[in-house]
Design a protein around this ligand. Structure first.
Ligand SMILES: *Cc1c(COP(=O)(O)O)cnc(C)c1O
Length: 414
């Protein structure tokens, strides 16, 4: 049967579709679908607030997963980026450029690691750490040492080597054969690390706090014990500061809470306030193992990203800001524990350092996060059961309270 030519096309649904729905339909038609995405399209941000395509406002306590450290569209970052965009964007690393030189000077000053290499993401920064470790051992005349010890439940990124270093089998599945030379041991267990060190071990790669793994900090003294073990056995200590670095925990880098100096670290997330940039910082001695021609990145040190990062650095060099990060984090943890006391059968744990905080539930976090979003709060899951908070450093106590109130409403049985 043919449709009479006078018939109008059937409306696809009784109610007109929202802008969010229209965009999400297009997304589902064209994106790879490799992410589990919440059903909103964000179009605008200011400070700790963002708005979706239908004009709905949200309190963003995730901060682009710990990237937008100074808040969305921070005026000084906007000004620096605008000025750079109007001046020069990119020149490639066959030339020098001012923003990346300045950034290297600042990063090496705040970390105590005198050499900087720029890339574009956390995974790439970790790739640089892994290559640095292998090459350093070759140059020392111990080529048999190529293995990296990392930790169960860790997260180091999605490139083939970084994902192999990642101690979560779910991220490995289907991508075998994985690169050789990675071992995982229980996080925080110094005896297990000691036992795992052998004649082929080159380095230990560790997160000061396992971010993606559920906001779990290593026990006090663990990094220090790793540093001692590395010194004793001639290994490199590599610290993944991708999530914990750039002021997130109330120090420029989380390793500084333990008064140690790693051989090299990776930095990314908060470095560019949301622009893609990563860095590997290393000692003078190990840096000599990646001389001219041995490693590189086309976009590494990009002028626009580096100029954004130079603003972030200026902020986190201010001890007052670092103090505030620590105090606001402590405030959140205290408030979170009061909530836990009211909901003892629902909340299992409240933990964190600085403005990287997790509330572990007795149940799966995903449905709770969806309901928080419906109530105007953006957070996400770290691990199966932990709700992660990684807000911009400019967040106020009132805004933290507001977030906890929404979470309480969502968690309180009707
Ligand atoms: C996010 C993260 C990475 C990966 O960073 P990408 O920019 O996604 O490659 C690596 N390590 C840690 C600790 C992270 O939190």
């Amino acid at each position: 049967m043919t449709t009479p030519s006078s018939a109008k096309p059937e409306p696809t649904s009784a109610t007109p579709r929202t802008q969010n729905e229209i965009w999400i339909e297009k997304a589902k038609a064209h994106l790879l679908l490799n992410y589990k995405q919440q059903p909103i399209v964000l179009v605008r941000g200011k400070g700790v607030r963002v708005w979706d395509a239908d004009g709905r406002e949200y309190l963003d306590l995730l901060g682009g997963i710990a990237t937008c450290a100074l808040g969305h569209c921070h005026p000084e970052v906007v000004a620096a980026v605008k000025a750079q965009v109007e001046t020069l964007w990119h020149v490639s690393n066959v030339f020098y450029s001012e923003p990346s030189i300045e950034l290297a000077a600042q990063l090496t000053a705040i970390s105590g690691l005198p050499r900087a290499f720029f890339c574009n993401s956390g995974a790439e920064a970790n790739e640089a750490l892994i290559k640095l470790a292998r090459k350093t051992m070759k140059d020392r005349g111990t080529p048999e040492r190529f293995e990296i010890i990392s930790f169960e439940n860790s997260f180091h990124g999605r490139t083939l080597a970084a994902v192999t270093a990642t101690g979560q089998p779910k991220y490995h599945k289907g991508f075998e054969p994985l690169p050789a030379g990675f071992h995982h041991v229980p996080y925080g267990d110094i005896e297990a690390v000691r036992k795992a060190v052998g004649p082929s071990t080159a380095a230990i790669l560790v997160e000061p706090i396992q971010g993606e793994g559920g906001v779990r900090a290593a026990p006090q003294g663990f990094l220090k014990a790793l540093r001692e073990l590395c010194d004793e056995r001639g290994l490199l200590l590599l610290v993944d500061e991708v999530q914990t670095g750039m002021g997130r925990t109330g120090k420029p880098f989380a390793f500084q809470h333990e008064g140690i100096l790693p051989d090299a670290i990776s930095v990314a997330k908060a470095l560019g306030n949301g622009l893609p940039i990563g860095a590997m910082l290393c000692s003078e001695a190990t840096g000599k193992s990646l001389p001219t021609g041995t490693h590189g990145s086309t976009f590494g040190g990009n002028l626009v990203a580096a100029s954004a990062a130079n603003v972030v650095i200026r902020y986190i060099r201010d001890p007052k800001l670092l103090n505030e990060i620590q105090e606001k984090g402590e405030y959140f943890i205290a408030r979170g524990r009061e909530l836990q006391a009211r909901l003892p059968t629902i909340i299992k744990d409240v933990r964190g350092r600085g403005l990287l905080m997790g509330i572990e539930l007795q149940q799966e976090a995903a449905p709770v996060i969806a309901r928080c979003r419906e109530q105007g709060l953006l957070v996400n899951a770290a691990g199966e059961k932990t709700v992660r908070f990684a807000p911009a450093y400019i967040v106020t106590r009132e805004e933290l309270d507001e977030g906890l109130r929404i979470l309480e409403r969502v968690l309180t049985p009707a």
